[in-house]
Design a protein. Structure first.
Ligand code: SAM
Ligand code: SF4
Ligand code: SF4
Length: 338
């Protein structure tokens, strides 16, 4: 299948795609879906609103034709979607796709890691913000300890999946866990990615003061470890990577707030109900679900996705100020999946 490279108005190619398969979650992380905002009465999407696996596969093939090389499945919690391995199998066989990954809170990984691997998944990023059970229970809003997540990580490693850990660092909450998380990941040969707390959505009460910057985290780390920079040479790589000296274990930083990377942002996002977002901070997306359900042909879908990308001018993080954060209507992270 021939590939077309399409570019946006700032000359950024379309290279990777995040697909949210579900907006629900079994956690209520306070920086993502705070329990007081996502209570028992919160209305999640009905099943009929979600893209079917056949629809996701169809859109994915068109995205790959338009230059996408990497797909990451996310959510909400993607492992809550029924029979996710069957979607993985469909996507893994899309010709031209080079990388297929998943971001998860890890709770259901123990059960599913083997099936995901045999269906063609390559890698998982597991979110874990502390090793302290009590603090973890407070962060996830459900009182769940770290046990199920650590078991999930071990199961993923055993199944032969690549494993990385994502840690969102929030001031006064888990910034005391920076070293213990590094020690754990280094000992277990896992790449840890420290993520700056972001102003996604409008429910997490984000304040600039709550952000622990890459520079601050790095200075804590370098007092304990000798680190050397790693150049991946991959255009569109969002993490700044370092390696613990004399090892092959990396540690990364996703500095979306303090050192934004909009100029090389090559990522599109597809929400669980079939809307394309060209930036994590968009308020509304571009519908393709109804377009497909109303009979659009593959050519028409290709044209629509191309024109959405060609018109893209997003660079929210480059332009972020306290005012832009306050005044902008933004989609929730749990809805389009980080
Ligand atoms: N439920 C899965 C999980 O937690 O890994 C996948 C979806 S979650 C929205 C994707 C990623 O976004 C997770 O690594 C999570 O830690 C991160 N995230 C959520 N809210 C965030 C925020 N306000 N700032 C930075 N990262 C955030
Ligand atoms: Fe759920 Fe992931 Fe959001 Fe936590 S970060 S509430 S696990 S979607
Ligand atoms: Fe990409 Fe938008 Fe994030 Fe900038 S703010 S890096 S354009 S998703």
């Amino acid at each position: 299948m021939g590939k077309t490279i399409i570019q946006d108005k700032l000359n950024r190619p379309l290279k990777d795609l995040r697909i949210s398969v579900i907006d629900r979650c079994n956690f209520r992380c306070q920086y993502c879906m705070p329990a007081d905002q996502f209570g028992p009465d919160f209305e999640f999407l009905p099943r009929s609103a979600l893209l079917t696996y056949e629809e996701i596969e169809r859109v994915a093939k068109i995205f790959v034709k338009l230059g996408i090389e990497k797909i990451r499945l996310t959510g909400g919690e993607p492992l809550l979607r029924k029979d996710l391995p069957s979607l993985v199998a469909k996507l893994a066989s899309v010709e031209g796709l080079k990388d297929l990954a998943l971001t998860t809170n890890g709770v259901l990984l123990k059960k599913l890691a083997g099936q995901l691997k045999s269906s063609g998944l390559k890698r998982v990023n597991v979110s874990l913000d502390t090793l302290n059970d009590k603090l973890f229970g407070k962060i996830n809003g459900r009182g769940v300890g770290t046990g199920p997540v650590l078991d999930g990580i071990a199961a993923a490693q055993q199944a032969g999946l690549g494993v990385k850990i994502n840690m969102v660092v929030k001031k006064g909450l888990n910034d005391g866990e920076i070293i213990s998380m590094a020690e754990y990941c280094k000992t277990n040969g896992i790449e840890l990615r420290y993520i700056e707390y972001m102003d996604v959505g409008s429910t997490n009460g984000w304040k600039m003061d709550d952000v622990v910057t890459k520079k601050q985290i790095f200075s804590i780390l370098k007092d304990r470890f000798e680190l050397e920079p790693v150049n991946t040479g991959y255009y569109g790589e969002v993490a700044k990577l370092y390696r613990y000296k004399d090892t092959d274990i990396n540690v990364g930083f996703i500095s979306s707030v303090s050192e934004s990377f909009c100029s090389s942002c090559t990522r599109a996002r597809l929400s669980a109900n079939g809307q394309i977002f060209t930036c994590l901070f968009n308020g509304i997306g571009h519908d393709i679900r109804n377009f497909m359900r109303n009979g659009a042909t593959d050519e028409q879908l290709e044209e629509r996705i191309t024109s959405i990308w060609n018109a893209r001018i997003d660079r929210y993080s480059d332009e972020r100020t306290a005012e832009t954060n306050k005044n902008r209507k933004k989609i929730e992270m749990s809805y389009i999946g980080g």
